[in-house]
Design a binder for this molecule. Sequence first.
Ligand code: 5AD
Ligand code: SF4
Length: 448
Amino acid sequence: MSGLVHIRTYGCQMNVRDSEAAAALLESRGYRLTDVESEADILIVNTCSIRGKAEDKARGKLALMIFSKQERPGRIVGAIGCMVQRMGREVLKSVKGLDFALGPHRLARLPQVIEAVQAGEGPILDAGEVREEGPAMDGHLPGSPIAFVNILYGCDRRCAYCIVPDVRGREWSRPAFDVLEEVRRLVGAGVREVTLLGQSVMSYGRKNPVWPEGECSSSGFLEPLPRLLESVAKTGIARVRFTSGHPSGCSDELARIMGLTSEICEHLHMPVQSGSDRILERMRRGYGVEAYRQAAARLRTAMPDFALTTDVIVGFPGETDADFESTRAFMDEMRFDNAFIFKYSPRSGTPAAAWPDDVPVAEKVRRNKILLEDQDRRGMEIHGPLIGRELEVLAEGASLRNGSRWCGRTRTNKIVFFVNPGSLGVGDLARIRITKVLPQTLYGDWVA
Ligand code: 5AD
Ligand code: SF4
């Protein structure tokens, strides 16, 4: 079977990775991919459940796609990802006209499910909780100098607000040699930077063994994650990142390896969620402000140019003005390079959903706005001194709007726009002298 496939992705990097692996799988079975939704025969939405709004967006998109079937008989529309897992059979009732729905553990079945739909079966639902394993979901699409690689599936943390453990299942770490094999393959295909992915990536190798007996012990000198980072750095890759961090994993060993290994970028995204101990406790985050402070200090001591980014939730049940002000103060103290601010959204089935959602929407909006304004100011304060400095930027390609204007990222994960003199290619590590800064982006000139 074949057809032209368009995949629309919502949500986190894990979803981006799943979509890419699904696309590579379909391509290997004779399907072709397109960025142009209107020309596709098969439309797929990879959904996210993290907040109510994320699901609303996916539902809205799917409804429009299903409507378009009236003009394109034979067109197939399917949903994949977290919303399918969360809703199960309900998803077919909630989104009328879907041809198939596959949960994140079942994506390896995508080609056979599409074939079944093409053969007249349907709608088909598979929200099974057992991961379809094997190499089917290891594929990557060619062309990009950067790639994501899964190292840890699921999450066992059970933060009070979070739907992820319900939709992504129990924590399971991929064997280190499988990860290394995938990275080596990527290096061979010209990839320069990999980001190792896990919902709570610091837990890598804690629940199931990932190294052959005797090669690494989680209680011994070498911890599984630092050991993996070190090994990935030796594959010939130019840059290594990993996400998302948690203070519990910021050990001396991790800081030591990050500081010593030139391939590991000096950046970590480590969601803090709140700067109030009372709220952190209610969120069941497993750390307080002081532990976060110490974790950040360990990394900063090991890496002078280290950049720290974060996520914060405003309006969590019971968050008072004083809690919010603590968060503001703590964000200033931590000097976050960037911060994503989210308004609390109750997710049914999570512990927090049983508590009154007592911060009014207008107040959530106000707190959200204040933190964004603070971050803009902080961003300018942090970026200002970069003017005149030369930074290493991995050239990712032309920006969509302006062909001679290229973009890439610094080792600290900041986006940089620069004019390509023509001699730079995709995947080159360029030296860029910074000439102008904004809160979230840098501009500069290539230095020969
Ligand atoms: N409401 C609002 N934000 C949430 N996040 C996770 N769950 C919720 C929720 N129920 C945020 C956290 C997390 C980011 C990916 O999304 O900040 O780090
Ligand atoms: Fe969204 Fe979480 Fe699923 Fe990622 S894992 S797509 S953030 S619900």
